[in-house]
Design a protein around this ligand. Structure first.
Ligand code: NAI
Ligand code: MG
Length: 334
């Protein structure tokens, strides 16, 4: 059966990096069919809505989307489109690999880890945010549930199992925030006990940050709550050379959306300067998800080989290539 994926070309550099990514996917011969759907500014102009119902229907039907960055207009009462998509499809797992590539500005060479961030609860609650009438005191809540913790930790262990990874580190602050972080850690221990073949480690978040900077090679899979995961996954992107190389997946039981971590880069949009690798790595995660792990690996290897050869790298990586010449150099190694 041919599988169809929803493709959202997005705003700013989105169309350029999507063209480059689809070019490389075609070279792989994935057999995937594409259904194009609009979101973001492009959708607002064409359909009067940031996420038209047809786009939501497409994702619902296909269950897999590859998405370029979207502009969330400032003001005008729009909440982030990405947050809206996560809520709509209950995309509870934010999965962010950080892998060392050759010839980056990173000072590390052997990083190969994945942050699994809980995406739906924790400190990022829309409700219950309060500022006192005199403006002197503010309050916000954190909600952790057994169900939310259980499914994210289970996701991390299942990911370890399916990818042959050896260790899962639960990052927490249960020593101080005993209620919420405590519940998360309790559940993490319970889930870990069901996976005796995979090493389980617990680490307090502040120590984890120091360890990540001092000795990042020690980590394999990190699993943590929403706020810590947001911060740690960006830290990890920085460790391997920045936004141009950082992909992310948002995964739920009913749908999964794969994207680059970076935004629409309006400063370089339309100039052929954007690095397409983050979206290509997101596409590799997508290939793993649709059970084409060999194609995912071929794509990652071609990216590594191209960076090794410094062939047509974009400006952010110190080269003089364009988005498309970089993609062609990668495709030629597939
Ligand atoms: P940004 O990630 O778009 O840009 C930050 C800096 O990194 C810029 O200098 C940009 O040129 C550079 N950069 C980003 N991606 C690059 C790439 N692939 N190759 C080379 N250089 C790259 O972040 P910013 O400026 O904060 O946000 C711009 C817009 O993107 C906003 O409208 C924001 O709402 C949106 N955004 C969308 C996201 C999404 O849809 N997932 C995520 C983050 C931001
Ligand atoms: Mg973030």
């Amino acid at each position: 059966m041919t599988q169809t994926i929803t493709v959202i070309r997005g705003d700013g550099i989105g169309p350029e990096i999507m063209d480059a990514t689809l070019f490389v996917l075609d070279k792989l011969g994935t057999g995937l069919q594409y259904e194009y759907a609009d979101a973001g500014l492009v959708a607002l102009e064409k359909h009067g809505e940031l996420i038209p119902a047809t786009t939501l229907d497409s994702i619902k039907k296909n269950k897999v989307a590859l998405k370029s960055p979207l502009t969330t207009p400032v003001g005008g009462g729009f909440s982030s489109i990405n947050v809206a998509l996560r809520r709509q499809f209950d995309l509870y797992a934010n999965v962010r690999p950080a892998i060392s590539f050759p010839n980056t500005k990173s000072r590390y060479e052997n990083i190969d880890m994945i942050t699994v961030r809980e995406n739906t609860e924790g400190a990022y609650l829309a409700e219950g945010q309060e500022v006192s009438a005199d403006g002197e005191t503010a309050f916000s809540g954190t909600r952790i549930t057994r169900k939310g913790s259980e499914r994210i930790v289970r996701y991390a262990f299942e990911l370890a199992k399916s990818t042959g990874r050896k260790k899962v580190t639960a990052v927490h602050k249960a020593n101080i925030i005993k209620s919420t972080s405590g519940l998360f850690l309790d559940v993490a221990r319970e889930v870990a006990a069901r996976y005796p073949e995979i090493e389980f480690q617990e680490m307090i978040v502040d120590n984890a940050c120091m360890q990540l900077v001092m000795r990042p090679e020690q980590f394999d899979i990190l699993v943590t709550t929403n706020l810590f995961g947001d911060i740690i996954s960006d830290l990890c992107a920085g460790l391997v050379g920045g936004l141009g190389l950082a992909p992310g997946a948002n995964i739920g039981a009913e749908a999964a959306i794969f994207e680059a971590v970076h935004g629409t880069a309006p400063d370089i949009a339309g100039q052929g300067k954007a690095n397409p690798v983050a979206l290509m790595l997101a596409a590799a995660q997508m290939l793993d998800h649709v059970e084409q792990p060999q194609n995912a690996e071929r794509l990652r290897k071609a990216i590594v080989a191209t960076m090794e050869a410094k062939d047509s790298l974009t400006g952010d990586l110190g080269g003089t290539g364009t988005t498309m010449s970089f993609a062609q150099a990668i495709a030629s190694r597939i």
